[in-house]
Design a protein around this ligand. Structure first.
Ligand code: DX5
Ligand code: ZN
Length: 224
């Protein structure tokens, strides 16, 4: 059993060679894809949508989660699922209350997908406590969402510790993913805090290493 799964994000990949880069990451031992959809409203940039998800789906057999940084996530669910996403992650800040969050979870499941919720740096971990038993994954942002290549804010790992402790106290094997600034020098710290999936964008797709080399180094930093 690996200590944690590694989920590459293609935000800083070379989109002109997307299929090749995706295959390289898969060859390097990526466990699943974390694909960042941004709408220019929930976050300032626009990244990509269903066409790019479908392109990754065509190039790789790995599990795909779509991280929806969009203001109206439910409106995108059907397109994301049709393009090949198997887990739909929406932001708590986009739906704003527990009832709406529950409706979104049900909508994702109705499409045959898993459901995850992400929280921004300003949202406390406790906001998700009532939902933990019904979620397939919680995503703790360790940066302000919108851009790859930012530095992790390690203080935000306290939220991972809080969620892990709450899950254990409730007898839940919760999947906790951390997103933002994960690199070889801090990956182990994330796992020690309780994360089970590490998103890795610029750590995998950068100018210094091939995706294979980068993934091998990241895995080695976790002790295999
Ligand atoms: C940012 C995205 C992240 C990001 C990860 O809004 O949600 O997934 O692309 O990239 P790095 O690992 O470079 O922070
Ligand atoms: Zn993301």
């Amino acid at each position: 059993m690996p200590r944690a799964l590694i989920a590459p994000s293609i935000l800083t990949a070379d989109f002109g060679r997307l299929a090749e880069q995706a295959r390289a990451a898969e060859a390097g031992g990526a466990d699943l894809w974390h694909l960042d959809v941004m709408d220019g409203h929930f976050v300032p940039p626009i990244s990509f949508g269903r066409e790019v998800i479908a392109a990754v789906r065509a190039a790789s057999t790995l599990f795909i989660e779509a991280h929806l940084m969009v203001a109206k996530p439910a409106e995108q669910f059907a397109d994301m699922a049709a393009a090949g996403a198997q887990r739909l992650v929406f932001h708590y800040e986009a739906v704003r209350d527990l009832d709406a969050a529950r409706e979104h979870i049900a909508a994702a499941r109705a499409l045959g997908c898993e459901a995850g919720i992400a929280i921004n740096p300003e949202t406390p971990a406790e906001a998700l406590f009532p939902l933990l038993a019904t979620l397939d994954e919680v995503v703790v942002m360790l940066i302000r969402p919108g851009w790859g290549g930012q530095q992790m804010q390690p203080a935000l790992l306290d939220k991972v510790r809080t969620l892990r402790a709450r899950a254990e106290a409730s007898g839940l094997a919760l999947t906790i993913e951390v997103d933002g600034g994960v690199k070889s020098h801090n990956a182990s710290m994330c796992v020690d805090a309780g994360a089970t999936i590490l998103v890795a964008g610029s750590a995998v797709f950068n100018d210094e290493q091939t995706p294979e080399q980068a993934l091998v180094a990241l895995r080695a930093s976790l002790g295999g």
